[in-house]
Design a protein around this ligand. Sequence first.
Ligand SMILES: NC(=O)c1ccc[n+]([C@@H]2O[C@H](COP(=O)([O-])OP(=O)(O)OC[C@H]3O[C@@H](n4cnc5c(N)ncnc54)[C@H](O)[C@@H]3O)[C@@H](O)[C@H]2O)c1
Length: 428
Amino acid sequence: MKDTSRREFLKSTGAAAIGGTLAFNIGLPKSSFAANSDTLKVGLIGCGGRGTGAANQALNADPNVVLTHMADIFQDRLDLSINSLKKRHADRVMVENGNKFVGFDGAKNVIDSDVDVVILTTPPYFRPKQLEMAVEAGKHIFCEKPMAVDAPGIKRVIAAAKKAKEKNLSLVSGFCWRYHSAKRETFGRVLDGAIGDVHTVYNTYNTGALWLRDVEPDWSPMRKKMRNWLYYNYISGDHIVEQAIHSIDMMSWALGDVQPVKATGTGGRQSRTGKEYGNIYDHFAIVYEYENGVKGFHFSRQQKDCSGSYGVEMMGSKGHCVVDCGRGRHTIKGAEDWRFRGSGNDMYQQEHDELFASIRSGKPMNDGAWMARSTMLGIMGRMVAYTGQTITYDQALNSEEKLGPDEITNNTEFTDPPVAKPGITKFI
Ligand SMILES: NC(=O)c1ccc[n+]([C@@H]2O[C@H](COP(=O)([O-])OP(=O)(O)OC[C@H]3O[C@@H](n4cnc5c(N)ncnc54)[C@H](O)[C@@H]3O)[C@@H](O)[C@H]2O)c1
């Protein structure tokens, strides 16, 4: 059986349906691991902190999974990643030299290979295109949040997710709290009415400063920016989209992932103003307004030596629920008081356990609709803060503003958009 037909078979039947007797040569290098017809091959695109973690979790999820292809734009990142993964999974990290890709074409090489599953963990700028390519190539996908940096990107993600569904491909997102057992039970109770009708959600992601990586003087300007991608809004989406999106996602979860009507907000940069910090803000405060007067209040900052807070509080007609991500507390005060007393789980592992189980069972998962909605809420928050305008959800989603260039490579020359100024920066 050729690999292509094997993949078709995997897609249409689920790997579990493939008998172990259909052994064939799948061209893997020599290893103590005996690859067989049920073996699922994984390709990692973006071998940084999260990508390495996700590949480890993929290998933990299922004993018959191997990592065969990797891509990054920096050799040292790829080397670090593969060395770390080999320490944990010596026999199932089977990446031949010809399957290690360094450069901006690497993602395409991995997606066009014979892998069954791709892990998309590059900076978010690349996500829409890589998602499209992966779905087109018939791969199952784990993709990190956020899903895009602008509204045109979100539209591409929505379309790709729809196509993944049509093609029976699994698509799992890195909105990890949705895979956390304590959060699942807590939000499940809230959605079942434990605090009555939720009318207000307050959510925070107030944290300190983040990393700044060394760059080589002879690198091109874009290569330097790629090393510190967080600080360029067209690559990361700004921190409300790149990081605080986890809290906004939980707000959306508590409200049943319905569409808000409009948002108003503010933000800026006060403590992180140096050139090395690109063009992003260091704080945001947004009010999301939903039907029937329901409101969501979001606060986030990345400012060192300030108080921290990461969580969601939900106020309802019959009670109050607090989810404190920092302390790991989940409490409800309502008709019946409750707190989560379980031991919780490893949410990152859970994402991959469910992804691989879904592939094995031939029952595809698809996080597409809500992962796109939550990311769009972050983008909308950034839009209202940058412009100082009140913007409806429909206006935000139909925005034609593309933050970055059509393509990024080491040689791309692109002038960073200036730091946004409310009242002066226009909504496009
Ligand atoms: N769910 C979570 O809790 C969580 C935690 C951390 C990061 N993330 C998300 O994961 C993604 C990656 O974050 P990270 O912390 O691992 O960052 P990172 O910088 O450590 O890793 C990103 C890697 O992608 C590489 N890369 C950049 N462009 C590429 C391209 N076009 N092709 C191939 N490789 C490319 C970079 O060189 C880098 O090694 C981001 O979207 C981030 O928001 C999620």
